[in-house]
Design a protein around this ligand. Sequence first.
Ligand code: SF4
Ligand code: SF4
Length: 445
Amino acid sequence: MHFSRHNIFSKLKDSEDYFIVNILTGNADILDPEEGMRVEKGIFSDKQQYIDKGYLIEEEKEEKLYKKAYLDFVDTLSESEIQIFYVPDYSCNFSCSYCYQGEYTTSVPDGAGEKEQEEGLNTIEAFFSYIVREFAGRKKYITIFGGEPLMHGKTAFGRIEKLITGAAQRGLDVAVVTNGYNLEEYLPLFEKGNIREIQVTLDGPEGIHDKRRPLVSGGNSFTKIVSGIDAALAAGHRINLRVVLDRDNISYLPSLAQFAIDRGWTESANFKTQLGRNYELHTCRGGRGELLTRTEIYSELYELLLKHPEITQFHKPAFSVSRFLFENGELPNPLFDSCPGCKTEWAFDYTGKIYSCTATVGKEGEELGTFYPEVSLNREKVAGWENRSVLSIPECRDCSLQLACGGGCASVAKNRTGKLASPDCRPVKELLEMGISIYSKMEDI
Ligand code: SF4
Ligand code: SF4
């Protein structure tokens, strides 16, 4: 009998209490200070209770549970829906201070000749043929991505129309990731397809947003994006509002939350939010001093939530599995792999190339194959992605956080170490210290 290697045990932030979480056995408890100190020393007042919850477990039983959980994970993965990104163009009408695609090649400008326009449409046709053939029998949907896909003008409009109508003809939903500037103009076109969700980015209230996300021409974008969101919600679309956070704008989160509340967005069942972390991907134009680590960002969020609990009407930060635990009254299933690349996520672009995901799409050297004009796939490279999990990353094998972390982002790991099968560690313990502490104090979550 041993203290499970999947126990995550620590003290809650700003409290004398402790917590113990075991994702493999699905149990979590808050322990009072005396009990916590005893457990820290390996003393268990009611040993049977710890055995019943799997915090104390036979090695062999733990191994069996682990194997079964892994098989269940693989089963679920094989039945999961695939998100297929398509980039019709890498150009963009914004010049965001932190854009990681800043040095990517851009494509045909608007007003391109007939030939380029036709080529763009032929590539989209080839894209549909490829995904219908290669992902036959799998649930799937398409996400239109960029650059900025909803650009002004005939060339961009023609490609988006082809993607939306082509998806509708094949019974596929479409999601759109946009900066929101031309959203309103595109809404009538969206009527031609099944639009599942529109992701729009706002980086704060007006002043800070406009500073971070100006037009290439230098103009402001906030007011037009807000009108687009209003119009999309009024037309019955789902909006997923993304806020990209770093040191420069995180303190503005309470005022952005208040703006969304006052605007009536947070009352809509069609409105949801996500917080993105501005992090180093490949090519970044801005200075990097403003980046926050995951622990730093969550520490800031923790302090902000204490001072402005109304933020939770706008967004409830995940703090690893904490939010899930308090919202659902149970832990999520073990996460053997947090990277969907080449499993439930793929990315295709207008040049006819195939990539693993949004972090690699358009990056030289990351292509896995082509779908136009020739069809080819580097099976060996794909297998590298498919096989990445906490079982294949040597550093993860004995890590107690593995079933909450899942090994992190493969692209970030590869950028750092040169290897896909390397870890991108998540500060799971620190996030649980904060998350369980804050959500256990909130009545309604
Ligand atoms: S490499 Fe990173 S961005 Fe790409 S699918 Fe994996 S986790 Fe997501
Ligand atoms: S990536 Fe790091 S924290 Fe995550 S499971 Fe692997 S070793 Fe643990």
